[in-house]
Ligand binder design. Structure first.
Ligand SMILES: Cc1cc2nc3c(=O)[nH]c(=O)nc-3n(C[C@H](O)[C@H](O)[C@H](O)COP(=O)(O)O)c2cc1C
Length: 215
C-alpha cells in the first residue's frame, strides 16, 4: 500500500497549485482531435476509487461509450432533447451552449456515461429519508475528483446533463434503475480559458464571494 502523506506534509507550493488547478479547471467544450494518453487516463480514473461515498457504497457505474453506434445514439439523443435550442427557438445563450456541447459530444475522443446504482446500498440498506439523493451526490463527488485529476494531467472534461436519460439507458442497454449523474466528454482542450464560457460571453458571472449564515 502506498504510504500516505503525513498530516501537514503538503507544501505551500502544492496548496497554491491546487488552488490554481481549481481556478483553471473549466468545463471544456472544444477538444483537440488527438487520442488521450491511456496511462494518464488510468491514473485519473483512480479518482473514482478514492472518492468518498455515503456508507462507502461506491455507487458509481461508468460506461465507456466507444462504438460508433453508441456515440451516434448519444448525439441523436442530445439533438432531440435540445431541439428547440439547436433550432434557434430558445434564448441566444441556450442556443450557443447547446451547439458547443453538441460539438464536444461529436469530437471528444473519450466519453463516459456515469450513473448511480441504487442497488449499491442493498447489503446495508441506507436510510434515505433525510437526503434521498445521497447516492447521486456520492457519484457527483467522485466525478469532481476525476475532473480535477484530469486537469492536473492537462486533459479537459465537459459535463453534459441535458440528455433524455431513459433513452440513453435504453440505447446503451443499461438497467433502468440506474440514475444518470453526468455524461462526460474527455479530451485535450482546444484552448485554455481563465473563466467560464458563460462569463466570457456575458451571460453569467462567477461570484467570488461566499456568504455564510451565522446561527
Ligand atoms: C452537474 C453539472 C451539470 C452540467 N450540465 C451541463 C450541460 O448540460 N450543458 C452545458 O453546456 N454545461 C453543463 N455544465 C457545465 C456548466 O455550465 C459549467 O460548469 C459552468 O458554466 C461553470 O463553468 P466552468 O466549469 O468552466 O467553471 C454542467 C456542470 C455541472 C456541475
Amino acid at each position: 500500500m502506498t504510504k500516505l502523506a503525513a498530516f501537514g506534509q503538503f507544501s505551500t507550493a502544492f496548496r497554491n497549485d491546487f488552488t490554481e488547478l481549481m481556478r483553471w479547471r473549466r468545463d471544456v467544450r472544444k477538444f483537440q482531435p488527438i487520442a488521450v494518453n491511456p496511462l494518464a487516463l488510468e491514473r485519473c480514473l483512480k479518482a473514482f476509487t478514492l472518492a468518498p461515498s455515503v456508507s462507502l457504497t461506491q455507487p458509481w457505474r461508468l460506461v465507456a461509450v466507444k462504438s460508433e453506434a453508441a456515440r451516434a445514439a448519444v448525439v441523436g439523443n442530445f439533438k432531440t432533447f435540445n431541439i428547440s435550442a439547436l433550432s434557434g427557438q430558445d434564448g441566444e445563450a441556450a442556443q450557443s451552449f447547446a451547439a458547443q456541447k453538441l460539438k464536444g459530444l461529436e469530437d471528444a475522443p473519450v466519453q463516459y456515461a456515469v450513473l448511480s446504482d441504487p442497488a449499491a446500498s442493498q447489503d446495508h440498506p441506507l436510510d434515505l429519508s433525510s437526503i434521498p439523493q445521497v447516492l447521486e451526490y456520492s457519484v457527483a463527488t467522485a466525478i469532481m475528483q476525476f475532473w480535477l485529476a484530469l486537469r492536473a494531467e492537462g486533459i479537459g472534461m465537459g459535463w453534459v446533463s441535458r440528455l433524455d436519460q431513459a433513452q440513453l439507458k435504453a440505447d446503451l442497454d443499461l438497467p433502468s434503475s440506474w440514475a444518470l449523474v453526468g455524461y462526460l466528454c474527455v479530451g485535450y482542450p482546444d484552448h485554455d480559458a481563465s473563466e467560464p464560457e458563460l462569463q466570457t460571453q456575458g451571460y453569467e458571472t462567477r461570484d467570488a464571494t461566499l456568504d455564510i449564515l451565522d446561527r
